[in-house]
Design a binder for this molecule. Structure first.
Ligand SMILES: Cc1ncc(COP(=O)(O)O)c(C=O)c1O
Length: 362
């Protein structure tokens, strides 16, 4: 049997981890500050890390909560903000675990179709006018799963609607610093911060195993979410937060990001090139960064049991339906025809071969 090629999880490859620097930073931070780092407490996060992040983002430390990865923060925010009967809006498609998390907290999760510039603004405006959601969840930079970046005009319109109707906007931006070309769009929080919750994570920049993610939001909301976190896990994991602080202090985060861009850029190019050459008739997203390219197969493509047939051909794919929330009444989700192709944890050779196998199945 030939080598199995995995286009499934959006995880960094082992060679992406700054292992030696992290080992040193963990040892140094535990040795320097055991009374805090090895103790209960600091429910809002390790104070030196919060101070460094506050400086980096130009906000106050009481507007930052550092928790055990951003998925857990999404869960805490949903448990604070979602009331029975509430809706949560997402892009359609969206990050599968976020959809599942919001549903678990009781929300009805509705997907607004995603175009090349972000979610469909006309449908979004109509939906928020019909029922004010608890929040809208967006991955505006190099979206997981589609690879789309929301335009500045869409960002401005979404923030304006949030302020007008009084709902929260979560901008989840773990891929934002992994840009392979072009210039960044403004963050939603830069366009109006009273209704914006920014979430991000060191999972894609240092290591997912650290479980360090953080959110930026108005201090009153941070206080409520911190209390929820304390009720659920007592204290966050402090040694890894302290190690991240150590790396930031030494200026090593930016060096690590530069090394990731060098590692990932050829993989990103290989994926776009393989799709153009091997599947020329199937339109795909053309992200400027991040982990994912996606495509929606044409209605007449052979998409039945694509995941099963791909596995038999030595290719692992995620079932596209997982990325789709409840559709708006007048839309038909194309989940079974949606294919997410993460390219960072596979070599250019594996990418070319994986796309070739995919093409044989359609
Ligand atoms: C958009 C998005 N948000 C959140 C996460 C989870 O991040 P963390 O490891 O910080 O929980 C992921 C991981 O794939 C992701 O793609």
């Amino acid at each position: 049997m030939h080598e199995l090629i995995s286009f499934t999880r959006g995880v960094p490859p082992t060679e992406a981890f700054p292992t030696a620097a992290l080992a040193e930073a963990l040892a140094a931070s535990v040795t320097r500050d055991p009374a805090v780092v090895l103790q209960y407490g600091q429910q809002q996060g390790y104070p030196p890390l919060r101070a460094l992040l506050a400086e980096r983002h130009g906000v106050r430390a009481d507007e930052i909560l550092v928790g055990n990865g951003s998925l857990q923060l999404q869960d805490l925010v949903a448990s604070v903000l979602v009331r029975p009967g509430d809706t949560v809006l997402t892009e359609q498609p969206s990050y599968d675990r976020a959809i599942a998390t919001f549903r678990r907290r009781g929300a009805r999760v509705i997907g607004i179709p995603l175009g090349d510039d972000g979610l469909d603004l006309t449908r979004f405006a109509a939906e928020v006018a019909r029922q004010t959601p608890a929040f809208v969840y967006l991955v505006p930079d190099f979206q997981n799963p589609a690879g789309i970046t929301t335009s500045a005009a869409h960002r401005r319109a979404i923030v304006a609607l949030a302020e007008q109707h009084g709902f929260w906007v979560i901008e989840d931006v773990p891929y934002r610093s992994l840009r392979y070309r072009g210039t960044a769009e403004p963050q939603l929080r830069e366009l109006g911060d009273s209704r914006v919750i920014t979430m991000t994570s060191f999972s894609k920049l240092l290591s997912p195993g650290l479980r360090v993610g953080y959110m930026i939001a108005p201090a009153a909301l941070i206080t409520r979410v911190t209390r929820e976190g304390e009720n659920q896990y007592l204290s966050p994991v402090l040694p890894t937060q302290a190690a991240v602080a150590e790396l930031l202090r030494q200026g090593l985060l930016d060096d690590t990001i530069a090394a990731l861009l060098t590692l990932y850029r050829p993989r990103w190019q290989a994926m776009l090139q393989a799709l153009d050459q091997t599947l020329p008739g199937v339109p795909h997203s053309t992200p400027d960064g991040g982990f994912f390219v996606s495509l929606t197969l044409p209605p007449d493509a052979n998409s039945a049991d694509l995941v099963g047939r791909a596995r038999a051909a030595g290719l692992l794919l995620t079932d596209g339906r997982a990325f789709f929330a409840e559709p708006l009444a007048d839309t038909t989700p194309a989940g079974e025809r949606f294919v997410r192709l993460p390219f960072c944890a596979v070599t250019p050779e594996q990418i070319a071969e994986g796309v070739r196998r995919l093409a044989t199945l359609l």
